[in-house]
Write a protein that binds this ligand. Structure first.
Ligand code: HEM
Length: 496
């Protein structure tokens, strides 16, 4: 009975609720076998020095999978209280070592990729979605060159144009809402952000081909980002794996056509796509069409869930605190005038209260709950030696709510960032975009995108929670989305 309910819980934890019992049996067998292999391989590693305290478990291989999967942040905070800033535990045969708090997190952010390695943990999940030749499928120094190409393409001149594009897409999208009603905010923002991100990051031609079929291809690609895909080999015959692989082929075919047309266009748009077409590696070589396509998929998907989840939470925090929402609206009028004319990049920069609200949303609900690396060589931190084979993790969500660093850590208080002590707090206390060599390159674009969308939304609608319900955090998805994300809206000003 216990084993049965444990399996059911594991199934839910891993996001397997939609597959048959036979599939679950196959998964379970595969998990146990692969876990046994990994376990044997890594438990035999011995290091000099004191290893981090290991949280004991009564269930071999499965370890803490159920407790962690059900309530990861609570699990980590309790473990931090009991074991301190560095501790290990087992889940499905793998050993995870968490570094909690700024001081211990420094190990991850200051380390070299060859010691704490990202490809070893992310490639199985990401490569089948983005394709070969990009991101974690190439040596890290090549990915660093690709990240530099992205950064060059995300500059202020482009952001100035992006603000207008995002405003127009937002107005067009929300035309479908009536004057007052209840709607799914997360669904709306997810759909909108595919349109805005595709328009800004892929360009006009690709955006114009974004119909329902292409949106489904993105959804199928995105369906590759599951706990299942992270745990199991990509060749296994799961329907979601096959859909993901077919979607990648079809999506790349579309991108290849657009890239070819661009290469033959004597007057191309000046945008990210053109930037990638003209970029060169240090070796002097250009990117191939396939690499450009993989990078375009990566750009869209890296920002899709992160931004749609963050903006939904922002909406719910504002709906919950009506006084704050009114102040955010007043800020819009103060900066853009009573007529609330179209927003510009410079005005967006001036919206400091909206900025702080977004920053505080990213503190309480950072979309990436855990960053992970494979420990390849023994690593020393705060008197402990982490053996090779451990998966070393830092959780922004956990660092963002340590009571010794954050006063009233569980309250949504955007003005906390006005306090110079908070602004200058420990280096890795606030890390929604990571740090070090794997740091996010999309932060500025994400701010432009989310602030523009909310600037328009808050001018147009007044938001309320539905029957006072503030969404629970959905822990079963890789990014912690809001559960039942319905919001009540009412048009503020019909002339807008
Ligand atoms: C609210 C929005 C976003 C959040 C919170 C976010 C968060 C993060 C985090 C935490 C990392 C570090 C991962 C690690 O160290 O393992 C990261 C890396 C990255 N992000 Fe973002 N991101 C956001 C939006 C975007 C957007 C819009 C783009 C693209 C335009 C993007 C592209 C990337 C890339 C290319 C990396 C580098 C990964 C690496 O070097 O390993 N992100 N992001």
């Amino acid at each position: 009975m216990f084993v049965e309910s444990s399996l059911e819980q594991l199934q839910e934890t891993l996001g397997l609720a939609d597959v048959s019992t036979g599939t679950v049996a196959l998964v379970t067998t595969t998990l146990v076998l692969s876990a046994a292999l990994v376990y044997r391989q890594f438990t035999s590693e011995k290091v000099e020095g004191k290893v981090p305290p290991h949280i004991p478990s009564t269930i071999p291989f499965l370890g803490q999978a159920i407790s962690f999967g059900t309530s990861p942040i609570e699990f980590l905070l309790v473990a931090y209280e009991k074991y301190g800033p560095v501790f290990s535990f087992t889940m499905v045969g793998k050993t995870f070592t968490y570094l909690v708090g700024s001081e211990s997190s420094a190990l991850m952010f200051n380390s070299k990729n060859e010691n704490l390695n990202a490809e070893d943990v992310y490639s199985r999940l990401v490569t089948p979605v983005f394709g070969k030749g990009v991101a974690y499928d190439v040596p890290n120094h090549i990915f660093m060159e690709q990240k530099k190409m992205f950064k060059t393409g995300l500059n202020i001149a482009r952001f100035r144009e992006h603000v207008h594009i995002i405003e127009e897409e937002t107005r067009n999208y929300f035309n479908r809402w009536s004057k007052e009603g209840v709607d799914d905010l997360f669904k709306a923002l997810s759909e909108l952000i595919i349109l805005t991100a595709s328009h800004c990051l892929h360009g006009r031609e690709i955006r114009s081909r974004l119909d329902e079929h292409v949106a489904q291809l993105y959804a199928d690609l995105d369906g590759g980002f599951t706990h299942l895909a992270w745990l199991l080999p990509g060749w296994l015959p799961f329907p979601s794996f096959r859909k993901r692989d077919r979607a990648q082929i079809e999506m790349k075919k579309i991108f290849h056509e657009v890239i070819q047309a661009r290469r033959n266009n004597p007057n191309p748009d000046d945008d990210m796509l053109q930037n990638l077409i003209e970029s060169k590696y240090k070796s002097g070589e250009n990117l191939t069409d396939d690499e450009i396509s993989g990078m375009l998929i990566g750009l869209l998907l890296a920002g899709q869930h992160t931004s749609s989840t963050t903006s939904s939470w922002l909406g719910f925090f504002l709906a919950k605190d009506k006084e704050l929402q009114q102040k955010v609206y007043e800020e819009q009028k103060a900066i853009c005038g009573d007529s609330l004319a179209p927003v510009s990049y410079d005005q967006l920069k001036e919206m400091q209260l909206l900025d702080r609200c977004l920053k505080e949303t990213l503190r309480l609900r950072p979309p990436i709950m855990t960053m992970m690396r494979m420990c390849r060589t023994p690593q020393t931190v705060l008197g402990y030696t982490i053996p090779p084979g451990h998966q070393v993790c830092v959780s922004p969500t956990t660092n963002h709510c340590l009571p010794d660093t954050w006063k009233d850590f569980d309250k949504f208080l955007p003005d906390r960032f006005l306090d110079p002590e908070v602004a200058n707090s420990e280096k890795f206390a606030y890390i929604p975009f990571g740090a070090g060599r794997h740091r996010c390159i999309g932060e500025s674009f994400a701010y432009v995108q989310i602030k523009t969308i909310f600037s328009i939304l808050i001018r147009t609608y007044e938001f309320d929670l539905v029957d006072g319900y503030f969404p629970e955090v959905n822990m079963s998805t890789m990014i912690h989305t809001p559960t039942d994300p319905l919001i009540h809206y009412r048009v503020r000003n019909t002339e807008l």
